[in-house]
Design a protein. Structure first.
Length: 400
């Protein structure tokens, strides 16, 4: 199937427009990384504490940030989770200790910061553990159980917290919701000694700084190894300049993609690194298709100018590029729009990367080959080395 029939677009004549476009986005990303947001690393790489909070209403991020800073916790990152109506918030704290005490400390800091107008002598039922609730019931003993109180109240407390966490998403909006979960006397005792805040902390996670630095180091190595492997493969399969052009192109794609995350101040997580590595492979594959056609045409069109050969090769592969890139783009766009919170930034990296990667295979990689050949050959045109059928390199003369 052909999307275009015999296209004859002079891509190389527009190379300065392409270069200007790439410079604008590359420089903007670099400025953001160096002087503005930096490279916004996620908790996977820098370490810290993640606190997941469920509200009874849509949270006000400015108010939440102000409440947290009032208790002395600064440099906090806030992110809403889920779709509209989920009322979930992710709070990223710069707390890096990796112990059970640190988990409790992170939760206590958030609860202390977000609770307002706390009734004197009452506990928050939305942020009380089953153990704490059981201890309270044993002390009050509303059912007059005597010696059997501890086991029975532990079961009741567990049933109440399970109902809160599993049936109400971690937060109760009214004591009436507990009717049928426990005896009326128990509920009356709970209501007497507790109040309901408008939020509940339902999960706390910690990534230590050593683990974060190790993951960061491994991510950098994985990216560099992939680039080095491509350079070696293309230098062996074609000529070294092809490998250099492909690596420069992939570096260009990666720079713009990471720059987009920096400009938007979106944390880069392990899933985003996976997307960037996928992008490296995808962009390189598209570039190789164009290079392979250039190599074939160099043998068939020996007396034509190299720029004409490159233009012809790009036009011949244009239908294939648009069809494959278009279908892939629609797939990752669907993931970005409908894939949920877990896949959101992974698919965002692929959306940006596929657009830039497809563009760079035409607008960056091919002009590098022509520029190198013009620099090397001058007006004599000694040709470019391309692999012959038997694997032996032969020199093909093409006018610069």
């Amino acid at each position: 199937m052909e999307f275009f029939r015999n296209p004859n677009i002079d891509f190389l004549s527009k190379k300065w427009y392409f270069i200007a476009f790439s410079l604008v986005f590359s420089v903007a990303g670099l400025i953001s990384m160096l002087f503005w947001h930096g490279i916004p690393l996620g908790i996977d790489f820098r370490g810290g504490t993640l606190v997941y909070v469920k509200y009874t209403h849509a949270p006000d991020l400015k108010a939440v940030r102000a409440q947290i800073e009032r208790v002395g916790v600064h440099n906090v990152r806030l992110q809403t989770l889920g779709g509209a109506g989920s009322n979930e918030l992710l709070i990223d704290l710069p707390l890096e200790e990796t112990s059970r005490q640190a988990l409790d400390q992170g939760k206590e800091q958030i609860v202390k910061a977000l609770e307002t107008d706390v009734p004197a002598g009452k506990q928050d039922l939305n942020n009380t553990s089953s153990l704490g609730l059981a201890s309270y019931l044993v002390e009050r003993d509303p059912l007059h159980l005597g010696t059997d109180a501890q086991q029975r109240y532990a079961q009741i407390a567990q049933a109440i917290t399970d109902f809160r966490d599993k049936n109400r998403g971690g937060v109760l909006s009214s004591f009436d919701e507990l009717k049928g979960v426990a005896e009326p006397a128990v509920l009356a005792a709970i209501e007497e000694g507790h109040f309901l805040s408008d939020f509940g902390v339902y999960q706390v996670e910690i990534v230590g700084p050593q683990v974060g630095k190790q993951l960061q180091h491994q991510a950098i190595l994985a990216t560099l190894y992939s680039l080095a492997g491509m350079l070696v493969y293309l230098a062996f399969r074609f000529e070294w300049i092809y490998g250099v052009a492909a690596v420069v192109t992939v570096f260009h794609d990666t720079l713009i993609t990471v720059g987009a995350f920096s400009l938007l101040n979106i944390p880069i997580s392990l899933t985003v690194i996976a997307a960037i590595l996928t992008l490296i492979g995808y962009s390189n594959n598209d570039t190789i298709v164009v290079f392979d056609r250039i190599r074939e045409n160099l043998k068939l069109m020996r007396r034509e100018k190299l720029s004409d050969i490159v233009n012809r090769s790009i036009n011949q592969t244009l239908s294939r590029t648009v069809l494959t890139a278009g279908l892939t783009f629609l797939t990752v766009l669907a993931l970005f729009l409908f894939g949920g919170e877990v896949l959101h930034w992974f698919s965002f990296a692929l959306v940006v990367g596929i657009l830039i990667g497809t563009y760079s295979s035409i607008a960056i990689a091919a002009p590098i080959l022509v520029a190198y050949q013009e620099w090397r050959s001058g007006t004599k045109g000694p040709g470019m080395m391309v692999p012959a059928r038997g694997g032996r390199a032969e020199k093909v003369r093409a006018k610069a």
